[in-house]
Ligand binder design. Structure first.
Ligand SMILES: NC(=O)C1=CN([C@@H]2O[C@H](COP(=O)(O)OP(=O)(O)OC[C@H]3O[C@@H](n4cnc5c(N)ncnc54)[C@H](OP(=O)(O)O)[C@@H]3O)[C@@H](O)[C@H]2O)[C@@H](O)CC1
Ligand SMILES: [K+]
Length: 505
């Protein structure tokens, strides 16, 4: 599903009205009614409802909601926070309907009076500000937002919690902390920003009759969900053999960090790879092999437990390779990483210490004729780009797109909402995963799943989005059935792959 910026949402709205011929007042009615259907599942009609409305169409939705709740027997009061003349167009039309239906509207701008009304209500519907907000929230909204948040009553936001920007790039704002948000038609970008999404509370989309078209050529961002995975994940052919599902190479590990490559290799095998070879230091091989007996091993030259030399490897005999996990950050591992990037004429995934090593050599990656996949977390992304972590989290879509285009890479920016960007600037947001994944080893497991997907017969975009989905889905299934977010560890996520594949294939 397409994720929209405010600008794109307005384009779709304009298209529906101007070209499609639908009346904006009908769209507003649809929005309000669809949201009322949701509210009636949450709130029973003995509860007193206060609807806070502002000057725009978000407030217009508020009037439709108030009228339809009134019709259903709820006790409803609308607090209008702006002067009468500010309410125009479709919103004014629906305000008049509410009045015609004997609805009660109080024009209030002093926060103390708003507070009194709030103390006599059970539920607040937030229809103050929608996607039309610009700049810092002004008074009286700022104070009202603070009061609503302080009271901690059931708060339901219309389209977007008032004050939350629709788009990325705004780090500091005052906004309603909603318990529920009913998002009109399409998800807004801020739903996938980790500093904005908590404000939405639980959220759901409501359909109002707009087409799901996109007019933007430059901002293609989509969610990637189970349906997409089922449609694109290759089915295993009965007549296939181990060579048909990819022969992958994993380079990394060190005496003190053998677990990383072990988990990458095991995850790759559990995700369908035909053959996996691990290239690592001699002293780590016995412990890795005891965990991952299905892999084969190449012993690399080492000194004090760190890889120091690359043996002669025919990279062309592999379908893809992953490098960097648990490798350490010495001069020798840096030069090996660079040599692999130049010599290996196959798709490469670079993670962890490998990312540190390429920072000064990004042109080498751009020159590659084969795909390169980078999998940084925000800290590594900051190291690669020179932006601060805060800047990256404030504009993760923009920063990733820019980086993927500039360096010709596939970029997976890991996070609560992992963003996958391709070299053409297309982007996807993964929809699975939970806080249980915020542990050491998660990234190594993801690299293994991705390596495997990169070798299966699918487009690289599908491979990467599917890999991220499957990784998060394993954690989700485990947390819902047997583990908790507390005790989930990376190797569990590998074991959980069985449940994911059983539901997907
Ligand atoms: N297809 C759709 O998209 C549909 C959308 N619909 C709904 O419409 C909503 C978008 O409506 P919208 O465009 O009227 O904007 P919205 O956010 O209600 O208000 C903007 C007003 O707020 C004000 N204001 C601005 N910044 C401010 C600030 N910092 N601090 C304080 N005030 C500020 C500014 O007024 P000003 O005081 O500047 O005159 C401006 O006029 C959308 O979220 C959805 O709910 C549905 O009805 C169905 C179809
Ligand atoms: K709102």
């Amino acid at each position: 599903m397409h994720i929209v910026t405010a600008k794109e949402m307005y384009e779709i709205d304009r298209f529906a009205i101007e070209k499609g011929g639908i009346d904006g007042r009908i769209l507003m009615e649809n929005a309000g009614r669809a949201i009322v259907d949701q509210i009636t599942n949450l709130v029973d009609n003995t509860e007193r409802i206060l609807v806070l409305v502002g000057s725009g169409n978000n407030g217009g939705d508020g009037f439709v909601i108030a009228r339809n709740l009134l019709n259903k027997g709820y006790e409803v009061i609308v607090l209008q926070l702006v002067a009468d003349e500010k309410i125009k167009g479709d919103a004014a039309y629906h305000k008049q309907l509410f009045i015609n239906f004997k609805g009660k509207i109080q024009l209030v701008q002093e926060v103390t009076v708003v507070e009194q009304y709030l103390s006599n209500a059970d539920v607040v519907i937030d229809a103050m500000l929608g996607i039309g907000i610009s700049g810092e929230v002004r008074q009286p909204f700022k104070q009202v937002i603070e009061v609503v948040n302080k009271l901690e009553m059931l708060t339901i936001s219309v389209d977007i919690p008032s004050g939350v920007p629709a788009d990325e790039g705004v780090a500091n704002f005052t906004a309603i902390k909603a318990d529920y948000t009913f998002v009109v038609e399409l998800p807004k970008l801020s739903l996938y920003l980790e500093y904005c999404s908590p404000f939405y509370g639980q959220w759901r989309l409501v359909e109002i009759g707009l087409p799901h078209t996109t007019f933007s050529q430059d901002n293609l961002i989509e969610t990637w969900n189970q349906k997409n995975v089922v449609e694109t994940l290759p089915k295993r052919n009965r007549y296939s053999h181990k060579g048909s599902h990819g022969k992958g190479l994993v380079i990394g590990g060190s005496h003190t960090m053998p677990g990383s490559v072990a988990m990458t290799a095991k995850a790759a095998l559990r995700s369908g790879s035909g053959l996996i070879t691990v290239g690592t230091v001699q002293e780590a091989i016995p412990s890795i092999a005891s965990y991952c007996m299905e892999a084969t091993y190449i012993s690399f030259l080492s000194n004090e437990g760190i890889i120091t030399g690359l043996p002669a490897i025919d990279f062309s005999s592999y379908d893809a390779l992953a490098i960097g996990m648990g490798m350490g950050r010495s001069e020798s591992t840096a030069s090996i990483t660079k040599k692999v990037i130049v010599d290996a004429k196959i798709p490469i995934l670079i993670d962890a210490d490998g990312l540190q090593h390429i920072k000064g050599d990004l042109p080498l990656i751009k020159q590659r004729q084969h795909p390169t996949v980078l999998t940084p977390h925000p800290g590594e992304m900051a190291m690669l780009t020179g932006y601060s972590v805060k800047e990256i989290l404030t504009s993760p879509f923009k920063v990733s797109k820019q980086f993927a285009r500039e360096h010709g890479v596939y970029l997976i920016l890991k996070g609560v909402h992992t963003i996958i960007s391709d070299p053409n600037g297309r982007q996807w947001v993964n929809t699975t995963g939970n806080a249980g994944l915020a542990k050491g080893g998660s990234g190594d497991v993801l690299s293994g799943i991705l390596l495997s997907m990169m070798m299966q017969n699918q487009s690289l975009n599908d491979a990467l989005t599917n890999g991220c989905f499957i990784h998060g889905a394993s954690a989700d299934i485990l947390v819902s059935e047997q583990r908790s977010k507390q005790d989930l560890v990376a190797t569990d996520v590998i074991d959980g792959l069985t449940s994911v594949f059983r539901t997907l294939i």
